[in-house]
Design a binder for this molecule. Sequence first.
Ligand SMILES: [Ca+2]
Length: 204
Amino acid sequence: MKIFRSLTIMAFILMFSFYAEAQEIKFDFEDSIEGWSIPTWADEQGDIVSESIAASPEVASSGINSLAIMTDFPGDSWCAAVVEYEGEMDLTGYKTISVDIFLPKKVKTNLFRARFILTAGPWWRIEQRWPVELKRGKWTTLTADLDPEDELAYWRSKRPGESIKANINSVKKILVRIEYNASVSLGGPKYKGPIYIDNVVIKK
Ligand SMILES: [Ca+2]
């Protein structure tokens, strides 16, 4: 029986590795937060307003659960909610990363944007240059190209050696930043409540 159990476990591990290698890496938040967190440095930054995260059945773009990020946006200055996955990842051969983001309808502004920020190589912080606008009351898919033709036009890096392509075999963090692009002159209503992400997919 013991041998049978070990063989079954080994078969599952092999199937999982094969699947991950052949298809895609996916975070679906069905049973847990799957290793995602609010980075510890967020506590020290006044403009970061993500407070906690939890798997949630309220909405889902894949399966029946998503990841709820509890936020508290003042509306009179630029602030962001951040959530990240940390872990050494070799993403060689992967072409895109995407995430579905749900902005509740009671967010009464169209100033919300989102972008990916990756940490790779020795510790390069690489921001996606152009964010996507989040629609209220529906899912918006944010996609980032891991293999763009002109990577310095696509990712905010000083030189190619500090951007994605040269460091794709050593990605250390995947961060999703949800921004309320308000300022003193261009403000909006406060928003205190959840924003959801689901279906993070890294594809070949
Ligand atoms: Ca899900």
